[in-house]
Design a protein around this ligand. Structure first.
Ligand SMILES: Nc1ncnc2c1ncn2[C@@H]1O[C@H](COP(=O)(O)OP(=O)(O)O)[C@@H](O)[C@H]1O
Ligand SMILES: [Mg+2]
Length: 233
């Protein structure tokens, strides 16, 4: 579904991604793990069309998307729940969700909103509230709901568990599993390596902009290097 080939991304003189090659097959959960500053967000932002790679190829459903604008990439079926949620705290929950469907021209938006709300009853209860009144966990769920409102084929999640209490982390990861079971392909970026590898069919380890290791999630959980550096020994 997604192929990234030899991707190089810079911020001025800083190289954030160095010859990154990876792929996501339809139906998979693929996790990218790596420390702070490894380039995880840069990778997702490049796929979303928010960062322009200097060289390399990104193909979605066999079509190149390098140079395609971010809104057109949403139309093609990729949407992202960004790091730090980025919800609009002065707008209502419903308005935030409607923004997720901003580029859709079909008549199914309201019925899709209902479907998304069926899965996230905690968010449904708060539709009329200002999004700024939600707890951190609810805001994270709202960010995922908003991304789902564009009906993505590929959902990009940037650190969905960041800053959440352990019970909410568990809830977020079971939601990720459910969404995937129901057919959404997911590319997940996480510092919480243990959870991210558990939920993943396959995973990649990113270190200072380079893919240093890849494999099945379950194999990486048993890998000595991963254990030492990412799973606390
Ligand atoms: N807007 C930016 N300007 C300059 N450097 C940046 C910017 N965003 C990220 N970087 C640098 O790029 C590298 C990768 O960052 P990032 O993709 O945010 O990593 P991660 O998401 O894995 O923490 C880091 O060295 C970071 O300091
Ligand atoms: Mg990041």
């Amino acid at each position: 579904m997604l192929q990234v080939n030899g991707l190089n991304v810079f911020y001025g003189a800083i190289q954030a991604l160095n010859d990154v090659t990876l792929e996501v097959q339809e139906g998979e959960v693929v996790s990218i793990i790596g420390s702070n500053g490894a380039g995880k967000s840069t990778l997702l932002r490049s796929i979303s069309g928010l960062n322009r790679p200097r060289t390399g190829e990104i193909k979605f459903l066999d079509e190149t998307i390098v140079g395609v604008s971010a809104d057109k990439i949403v139309d093609k079926g990729i949407s992202q729940s960004p790091e730090g949620r980025r919800i609009f705290t002065n707008m209502t929950v419903r308005e935030n969700l409607q923004l997720g469907a901003f580029s859709r021209k079909d008549n199914e938006i309201e019925s899709d909103l209902e479907k998304v709300m069926d899965r996230f009853p905690r968010v449904r209860e708060r539709l009329k509230q200002s999004a700024g009144t939600l707890s951190g966990g609810e805001q994270q769920m709202l960010a995922i709901c908003r991304a789902l409102m564009s009906n993505p084929k590929l959902l990009l999640l940037d650190e969905p568990s960041m800053g959440l209490a352990p019970n909410l982390v568990t809830e977020i990861f079971s939601i990720i599993k459910e969404l995937n079971d129901e057919g959404t392909t997911i590319l997940l970026v996480e510092q919480n390596a243990h959870r991210a590898l558990e939920v993943a069919h396959r995973a990649y380890v990113l270190e200072t902009g380079k893919v240093v290791l890849s494999g099945d999630g379950s194999d990486l959980l048993e890998d000595d290097r991963v254990k030492e550096y990412y799973l606390g020994g």
